[in-house]
Design a protein around this ligand. Sequence first.
Ligand code: ATP
Length: 452
Amino acid sequence: MITMEKIVSLSKRRGFIFPACEIYGGFANAYSYGPYGVELKNNIKKLWWKTFVYQREDIVGIDGPIMLHPKLWEASGHTTGFNDAMIDCKKCNKRFRADHLIQESLEKDYEGDLDKMNEVINKEKIKCPQCGSFDWTEARNFNMMFKTEMNGIEEDIYLRPETAGAIFVEFKNIIDSMRVKLPFGIAQIGKAFRNEIVAGNFIFRTREFEQMEIEYFIDPKMKWEPLFEKWLKSQEEFTIALGAKKKDLRYHEHPKEKLSHYSKKTVDIEYKFPFGFSELFGLAHRGDFDLTQHSEFSKTKLEYLDTKTNKKYIPHVLEPTFGVDRALLVSLIAAYREEKTKEGTRTVMKFPKNLAPVKVAIFPLLRNKPKLVKKAKEIFNDLKEDFVCEFDDNGNIGKRYRRQDEIGTPYCLTVDFDSLDKKDVTVRDRDTMKQERIKIKELKDYLKDKLQ
Ligand code: ATP
């Protein structure tokens, strides 16, 4: 069985993800991506950009600032409405999200309804999961935006709690500079910050994270439902490209009474994490709320000119949003295997090959034979031009295979004594563990073909 403990332990042991600031006792459930984690993360972001920007003619990319004009957050409603409900146990001082507390004990969702949450906690006598007492403060709203200051600016500045804001404020510049025609999208990848009441479940919920978001603008008169379904399908396909199985996905449509007044439909794509089904990505129809608000607050018309009818209007928007860190967590969970072999159990990360942090590992059979080391180095230097490669001469071959299996390297090449005469190497496949001899001069084509 795959547990979070196994994923967390492998991530640390093999240089994917470390608890941040561990030498200072850790800090606020924050994590650092290690050498293989950053490769995996970059590969996920590259795949997303390729899928949604390069391979489409209707989406363009931007990269906006983290600290944006303070008025933007008034317009979007974040300064007043970006709240979660917080509650503290007076006995042990442990803090909880009130809606999660209720969800976990009654499996009911009252997110957003503070009065109801207070009523239910008292009526059902929900106890503190930490110390078992029933002695709560009132549940109260807590704004999750991080506040900071900026030289020369009087107002409070916020670290953006989502990347979307930076997209809406560039709508006019994109229209004016890019010859885009509706429907079209603007995509962005970047950091977002939320002062979560409780961070946890490893990198699932942190206070600093990354998002990949698209604002997809549409004609308000168009029949949007088929497009909404198409976006859901694209999000599902991307999740499957991370290595996830369809059976581990489910959709949660927000009930009408919980939808924001401007949203026609919102669906969460949930994944079966080891701690249960939880939100991975989301898709929302946001109407014309954002562009209308920003038009009003900025006093700049954010309209689209339909050249066929010569009429101007504010488009509606569909918003597919993807969390980078949750995507990466899915790729780790979906790749993790424990397999029985003749030598015992091996742990192997069967990442889709395009996501694997290292594509090829090159070993000399023995580290104390200069001729083998020289040949292996030559091959490494040649292949590293085209693939992310690793040279390893440490320990016996079995140990080196085990290490590469645990970081998910698809191919390991071994240079042995025969290689010197026959000019070939052994190539071992991560998934089948089968080995074959390949001529050194054919290696690049062989690997290019296999790694496509
Ligand atoms: P949740 O209900 O889990 O708090 P949310 O509904 O607030 O999530 P959105 O506002 O829809 O999340 O954010 C879009 C995406 O950003 C989420 O689907 C998720 O992938 C990611 N995300 C949101 N909050 C966090 C977080 N604290 N840590 C890591 N990823 C996050």
